[in-house]
Design a protein around this ligand. Structure first.
Ligand SMILES: *[C@@H]1O[C@H](CO)[C@@H](O)[C@H](O)[C@H]1NC(C)=O
Ligand SMILES: *[C@@H]1O[C@H](CO)[C@@H](O)[C@H](O)[C@H]1NC(C)=O
Ligand SMILES: *[C@@H]1O[C@H](CO)[C@@H](O)[C@H](O)[C@H]1NC(C)=O
Ligand SMILES: *[C@@H]1O[C@H](CO)[C@@H](O)[C@H](O)[C@H]1NC(C)=O
Ligand SMILES: *[C@@H]1O[C@H](CO)[C@@H](O)[C@H](O)[C@H]1NC(C)=O
Ligand SMILES: *[C@@H]1O[C@H](CO)[C@@H](O)[C@H](O)[C@H]1NC(C)=O
Length: 496
């Protein structure tokens, strides 16, 4: 199992619905270009919806309410000019938010019982040009609003985005309080009408605009976060979408390219085995990840020189304490008791990966060199070993666990003279199987866990994640809690 797989999975989780893609095909024709798929079912949407009110709240608070000017001709005073200035929102609270997945359409969101107090100042003047009276009154409006947003998911401009322009505000209450006693009653009556009417328009316009903007920014943020998560050094995964997402009454499914880019070249997915029947609707989140994505990831890691390791000192001595059935050759005993023995190992060819129902098989040739860290000493021994292992990955207590079984090990290119190589071969074969493979896994598990935690995986509440290998792809399924900190960070970055 490749280290980036879990990272990739989390990326998709964060990524959700948004993505960049250059072509937007209909889902059925896009299947063969799909490297990864994310199916988010209703229960996951419920978790995400818990955060909706915070986004809506931010939209209200962040909306800029422009100053408004107007005039009205009045028969008895002439022209009344007025301006509504310094509009501010106070004491915002949001009752509840509900949503619905609408098959082939989008996501309907109902926010009810938003209560807020708007405060501002009215400046006005009236009378003829010769005799103008200017005044100002502070006002306060108590309001109760329901908000309905019918967001549509579409694929356009190379991106899947949420169109929230179908946004409707209903005012249940709009109570105006004018401060100050000096103004005549008729002025108050006129302004009651003007302000009530204007506020409906302004609040609707600004709130809906802001929600649209926040939705856009949120999509971008999620995408950037996901891409950052998936990038490690020079290795990048393009999780742009191949088509618009599919929406049923129970899930939203998005189709991603899963192309790996390294050193100026990009992998190809054009014969994907994906079929929607391969995913269930049992859990909150389902990821489908193709070997077509995992294999190039491993190749890129190889090209990037990730599969190189030196072992020395205590670590090395401890390694060879393990009892093997074959006796340790004298050559190795001498090397181990020499000054500063050093074991260098690296992948001697591009490793290859494929998944079956048994697990993910990895076939690689490792080169091993035993030498001394002291300069100018020639290597004691060099050999290569072809290893095929079957790995099953799992994730528990915030740790990646790799269960690895060796199915084939052979030794070649041993550098010593042929007369001792037969007994040496038998020893090396056993050592690779019982020491080498376990050692590699013991490095990989904590390092990959740490790498994923660096990207924030441990902050997610992943509930009973399951990794299921299938022919040509891996399924990762889980329930989850949305990391509150991520939303807070987003709102802070975006709105401050
Ligand atoms: C906001 O609520 C607090 C506490 O309920 C209250 O004291 C304050 O007057 C309210 N502000 C406005 C502008 O209504
Ligand atoms: C609306 O909110 C107010 C106070 O915020 C609460 O008293 C009332 O029960 C809520 N109504 C509904 C329908 O949720
Ligand atoms: C990057 O690609 C260039 C050109 O194909 C090649 O010469 C170079 O060796 C590659 N570098 C690595 C680190 O793979
Ligand atoms: C898929 O991509 C490979 C590599 O670019 C290419 O050789 C092959 O012809 C493509 N197959 C199809 C069906 O497009
Ligand atoms: C391994 O040790 C050699 C010195 O023998 C050093 O040149 C090399 O950088 C080391 N590699 C790693 C990955 O530590
Ligand atoms: C590892 O996999 C083997 C073979 O599938 C299985 O027998 C064993 O119980 C697994 N070990 C752990 C710790 O999961």
């Amino acid at each position: 199992m490749d280290k980036n797989m879990a990272a990739f999975a989390l990326g998709l989780l964060l990524f959700g619905l948004a993505g960049v893609g250059h072509s937007c095909l209909d889902p059925a024709s896009a299947y063969r270009f799909v490297g990864a798929v994310c199916r988010l079912t209703y229960p996951a949407a419920v978790v995400l919806n818990e955060k909706t009110t915070e986004v809506i709240k931010a939209a209200f608070q962040h909306a800029k309410y422009p100053d408004i000017e107007g005039e009205k001709s009045m028969s008895f005073i002439g022209k009344l000019k007025y301006g509504l200035l310094n509009l501010e929102i106070h004491n915002l609270s949001i009752g509840k938010s509900e949503f619905e997945l609408r098959e082939n359409v989008g996501i309907g969101i109902d926010i009810s019982n938003v209560s807020a107090v708007f405060k501002g100042t009215i400046k006005y003047s009236y009378g003829s040009a010769l005799f103008t009276v200017g005044h100002s009154i502070d006002f306060e409006i108590e309001s109760k609003i329901d908000l309905v947003i019918n967001s549509k998911l579409y694929c356009g401009k190379g991106k899947v985005a949420a169109d929230t322009s179908d946004c409707c505000l209903t005012f249940h209450k709009l109570k105006l309080l004018l401060q100050g006693d000096r103004e005549p009653g008729w002025i108050k009556r006129i302004f009651t009408d003007i302000i009530t009417f204007t506020m409906r328009l302004v609040v609707k316009g600004q709130i809906c605009k802001e929600i649209n903007k926040v939705a856009d920014i949120l999509a971008e943020f999620i995408q950037e976060t996901a891409e950052e998560f998936l990038s490690d050094g020079d290795i990048r995964v393009d999780i742009g979408v191949t088509s618009a997402p599919v929406i049923t009454s129970n899930y939203i499914e998005s189709y991603h390219k899963g192309l790996v880019t390294y050193n100026g070249s990009t992998s190809v997915v054009n014969a994907s085995v994906f079929n929607p029947d391969q995913l269930s609707e049992d859990r909150s989140l389902h990821f489908w990840i193709s070997d077509d994505t995992l294999n190039p990831l491993m190749t890129a890691a190889y090209d990037d020189g990730r599969f190189i390791r030196n072992i020395s000192g205590e670590d090395l001595r401890f390694l060879f304490q393990k009892e093997l059935s074959a006796a340790r050759p004298e050559l190795l005993n001498k090397w181990l008791s020499s000054e500063e023995p050093l074991l260098k190992t690296w992948s001697a060819s591009v490793p290859h990966l494929w998944t079956t129902t048994q697990g993910t098989s990895v076939k690689a040739v490792a080169a091993v060199e035993l030498s001394s860290a002291k300069q100018d000493t020639p290597p004691v021994l060099y050999f290569e070993t072809e290893v095929e292992v079957v790995v099953r990955a799992s994730y528990a207590d915030k740790n990646l666990i790799l269960n690895c079984t060796a199915v084939h090990i052979s030794i070649s290119k041993v550098s010593t003279s042929p007369d001792i190589s037969e007994s040496l071969n038998a020893y090396l074969q056993e050592a690779v199987e019982k020491i080498g493979v376990a050692k590699v896994i013991s490095y990989l598990e904590p390092e990959l866990t740490a790498l994923m935690n660096e990207q924030g995986l441990h902050l997610f509440d992943l509930i009973n994640p399951e990794v299921t290998p299938q022919n040509g792809y891996v399924l990762i399924q889980m329930d989850f809690g949305f990391p509150h900190h991520l939303l807070v960070e987003f709102l802070r970055k975006t709105l401050d």
